[in-house]
Design a protein around this ligand. Structure first.
Ligand SMILES: Nc1ncnc2c1ncn2[C@@H]1O[C@H](COP(=O)(O)OP(=O)(O)OP(=O)(O)O)[C@@H](O)[C@H]1O
Length: 288
């Protein structure tokens, strides 16, 4: 990245807690979580299933209000969704009745940008992501990877300070996923935007991020914050390096510990080891 000093896109989540109302009373989903994203930084959140990753992300997006604590972007409290915070979902959420270019221009229209500016921004972003030839196609005729490229371009077209991504590549095949990771990194480096990225995939989190937050089992708190000192630009081959593998091992063991807790003690380490259980000569079926 260039060394231009950045001042936009500083996210601060302080002492955050959120409970969902349920028939049995408030159900705490996230508790006492503090995270920050420096301007232009790429930060991921990982953690066991149901630990509150999306809840935290949706609060930064302004879709959910904290029960306690605060969420600010550049010092201003988040009070509802805004074009300053672009969002990319796992389900592409494109408008099926609009063309690729129509989808990309939608947010800019809402911001009352004139036609010439919309056209220029849409064409530039579609060009960078290799979608120029598809600008007049409808989402139905696109592959999953293409749809998600449109989703990313659409979120970036309004010039947000922060890009929020909720498992954006979770529905894609492994090969497409790798390509999409490279496209996203490329866009991020060009636009110098802050990114908060939720994923289940530890390799993806390490490969993309400057820092990774690991959450505890529900109610999710921040268990650890891990800096990713791998140099940029990053290449796929780095995933085999000892530095990468050490980071992977560390994160995996943190998440495994929490995943076991999330299962409420139903599965013990002994059961997972399996072979260490003494069956006294009986078959498994006889014992259970
Ligand atoms: N609207 C809701 N009402 C009640 N409970 C909810 C609601 N939305 C989410 N939850 C619960 O809150 C917890 C956190 O959910 P959230 O989706 O934030 O977790 P997550 O870490 O993103 O999950 P996953 O990894 O499975 O995508 C979960 O136990 C979930 O079932």
């Amino acid at each position: 990245m260039s060394d231009i000093k950045q001042t936009r896109g500083h996210v601060e989540v302080r002492d955050f807690g959120l409970s969902y109302p349920t028939l049995d009373g408030p159900m705490p989903a996230v508790t006492n979580a503090s995270i920050h994203i420096n301007p232009g930084e790429f930060v991921s959140i990982v953690g066991p299933s149901g630990c509150g990753k999306s809840t935290l992300l949706n609060a930064v997006a302004g879709f959910l209000k904290p029960t306690v604590g605060s969420v600010t972007v550049d010092g201003e409290a988040v009070d509802g969704p805004s074009a300053e915070r672009g969002m990319v979902f796992q389900q592409y959420s494109l408008f099926p009745w609009k063309t690729v270019k129509g989808n990309v221009e939608f947010g800019m229209k809402m911001k009352h940008l004139d036609k010439a500016s919309r056209d220029r921004a849409a064409r530039t972003l579609l060009g960078i992501t290799g979608l120029t030839a598809f600008e007049n196609k409808y989402p139905d005729s696109l592959s999953g990877g293409m749809k998600q490229r449109v989703g990313i371009v659409r979120a970036l077209a309004t010039g947000p300070k922060v890009l929020l991504c909720d498992e954006p590549f979770g529905a894609l095949d492994a090969q497409t996923r790798v390509i999409m990771q490279q496209i996203l990194t490329n866009m991020w480096q060009r636009l110098k935007i802050s990114v908060l990225f939720v994923t289940h995939d530890i390799d993806e989190a390490i490969f993309l991020s400057d820092r990774v937050y690991c959450m505890t089992a529900r109610p999710g708190a921040i268990k650890a914050e891990i800096a990713i000192p791998l140099e940029r630009p990053r290449q796929q081959s780095m995933m085999m390096s000892s530095e990468f593998l050490a980071l992977r091992r560390g994160l995996m063991s943190l998440i495994r510990e929490e995943s076991l807790k999330a299962m409420g003690g139903e599965i013990s380490d002994l059961a997972l080891e399996g072979l260490s259980i003494d069956m006294h000569g009986q078959s498994f079926a006889d014992v259970v």
